[in-house]
Design a protein around this ligand. Sequence first.
Ligand SMILES: [Zn+2]
Ligand SMILES: [Zn+2]
Length: 350
Amino acid sequence: MSAGSIPCASRQAVLVDLRRFELRDFTPPHPGPGEILLQVKCALSCGTDLKFYRRGHPLFKFPMPFGHEFSGVVAEVGCGVENFRPGDELMAAPTAPCGACFFCRRGQENLCVQVIDTMVMGAYADFLLLPAHVVARNAFRKPPGLPFEEAALLEPLACVVHAQAIAAPQSFESCLILGAGAFGLLHALLLRHTGVRRVVIAGRGATRLRWAAELGADEVIDIARADVAQQVATLNGGYGPDLVIEATGQVSGWDSALLCARRGGRVIFFGGCAAGTTVQLDTRRMHYDSLTLLAPFHFRPADVRRARDLLAQRQLGAERIINGHRRLSDLPEVFDLLERGEVLKCAITP
Ligand SMILES: [Zn+2]
Ligand SMILES: [Zn+2]
């Protein structure tokens, strides 16, 4: 069941060591039962990729293909695939839960025992093989009017949707986001779409803060120049923010989130920190100020479907998160731009 256009050789970016790529020739495999071979049309850079690039990952060994935010066209389908045909435009999350383990049976599919181990990597390539569990649970026909690069936002948006589903922001609430990177700004766009009273973004770097303001933050705070906790204490008539979303993945951000939330407020620890790091809790503040601390990780299929619907409606303005465009052969430059904070997300096309 081939589209008839699969070259016998194609390219795949491989991280061969810390900070070192190779663009290797590889022969795309024929899909097995339930699998799909996808011709990649767009892959997006992600902060997680930058972590791999800088410090590797305990679950993945070099040399490793990488890139996990993608969209494309179905090139070939394995036997038993009934929802897709060659030529279909497709968007998918890079993971899917097993549906049967302890966590899945309790509706916590984001914690499924296989969800990260079986993650699809290798979207910085001409072709990408999608495993059967992803095809069955987290792959969708791309709406015709949705550009490939926006469709590739499915995974990061699903993470954000999951976190906000847990936090349940209300229309009368004032929210603080710590971190003006791609995730911080996606959170801001979703909060705006939900319709909260006020969105404040605290971050670093004049360019990023300008992007945050352009994206619709009511107020931006430069954490290099101002004491965030002091500045946001005036929100809500002097009570402070109802909801604080930590999106820096730094211990300093976690500490700051704990200081900033109002009495009775909620903190979402969204950004994962380096292994081995810890934060201290002021027990008096936790208990007597009755803080609710939440640390959502990854997403469930319901979050992926909601993210797909949001992207299909095109009312978030999510395309504004993608402010760089490069070719696959320019990948080293993409990572230089990411490291210098000169791009939020870069769309990489073959
Ligand atoms: Zn990602
Ligand atoms: Zn499971």
